[in-house]
Design a protein around this ligand. Structure first.
Ligand code: PMP
Length: 307
């Protein structure tokens, strides 16, 4: 994470960084009720422009998360989007960014079933690469991924992150870079902050959205880029742990993680341990898409400063 920005946004108002606060006795802090989004913006040197990636899609997911978790918050996607872009402009940021939108229930003496009043914070913070290595050594966690029957992983609820955190702490203790979690049935679901793809027998595959995963926006971008830019077939199907041991390529993806190659799973090298051809192609396409150089007709990469 880079330097602190001057302003954050609290319910649409600019506030100094230190003043964005939530009461310790709110429903959110007492019971872990809250939803959020993590976005990226990329500065393109050639265009001299900052592009925010798929902000409206993230805001739509934020609204969906509120519905599932039971928070009566703002539902106007255009307004939320405009607020976030306005915050970036107010801080006059012209470099790669990580942005967040967080919605909490800020009821005084909060009760577990309070659904409001909702309060929205937004931040835009300079950020470079999330992973500092070219290939990740990944552990399949001993922790199972939460499921739609307990804590729906489909949405971005802050409470869900305890599950990924346990997996990540375990992986780090064991000397790995990252963790992938199995579903309760033992299939591969996703990682602590990223979705997963593999290439097996020449076919690009990823778990479907019914396999205890967040409905990742990068996952969707990769699916679309693979299908339309590369013209290849992608299969959304359950994946067994041992399929990753014999896959030709494995990568994870997320707004922060971007497209990141996996070089080993449970210490078993993925092919020769080097990023595979398809992974490289998708990594490159994604890097260009976020800077509006590929798939520009989709309107994913939005200029922040151009009128
Ligand atoms: N899974 C989880 C658990 C995540 O936290 C993230 C990051 N938001 C992802 C997948 C990837 O989602 P996205 O591409 O929308 O950032």
């Amino acid at each position: 994470m880079g330097a602190k920005p001057t302003y954050l946004l609290h319910d649409g108002e600019l506030v100094p960084y230190a003043d964005a606060q939530l009461h310790v006795l709110s429903t959110s802090t007492k019971y872990g009720v809250g939803v959020f989004e993590g976005f990226r913006a990329y500065f393109d040197d050639e265009a001299g422009e900052l592009y925010a990636f798929r902000v409206a899609d993230h805001m739509r997911r934020l609204v969906a998360s509120m519905r599932v978790v039971g928070i009566d918050g703002p539902a106007d996607v255009d307004q939320l989007e405009e607020q976030l872009l306005g915050l970036i402009r107010a801080n006059d940021l012209h470099e790669d960014l990580h942005m967040r939108a967080q919605v909490f229930v800020d009821s005084p003496d909060g009760k577990p079933d309070d659904t409001g009043p909702a309060t929205v914070f937004m931040a835009a913070i300079p950020m470079g690469r999330y992973f500092d290595r070219p290939g990740l050594n990944v552990q399949i966690s001993s922790w199972a991924r939460i499921s739609d029957r307990s804590m729906p992983p489909r949405v971005k609820s802050i409470a869900n992150y305890q599950n990924g955190r346990l997996a990540l702490l375990e992986a780090r203790r064991n000397g790995y870079d990252a963790a992938l979690l199995p579903t309760v049935d033992g299939h591969v679901s996703e990682g602590a902050g990223y979705n997963v793809f593999m290439v097996r027998d020449g076919k690009l595959c990823t778990p479907p959205v019914t396999e205890s995963i967040l409905e990742g926006i990068t996952r969707d971008s990769v699916l679309q880029l693979a299908r339309t830019e590369l013209g290849i077939d992608v299969t959304e199907r359950p994946i067994d742990r041992t399929e990753l041991y014999s896959a030709e390529e494995v990568f994870v993806c997320g707004s922060a993680a971007e497209v990141s190659p996996v070089s080993s799973v449970d210490r078993i090298p993925v092919a020769d341990g080097e990023p595979g051809e398809l992974t490289r192609q998708l990594q490159d396409l994604y890097r260009r898409a976020v800077r509006n150089r590929v798939a520009a007709d989709r309107g994913w990469a939005q200029p922040v400063y151009a009128p």
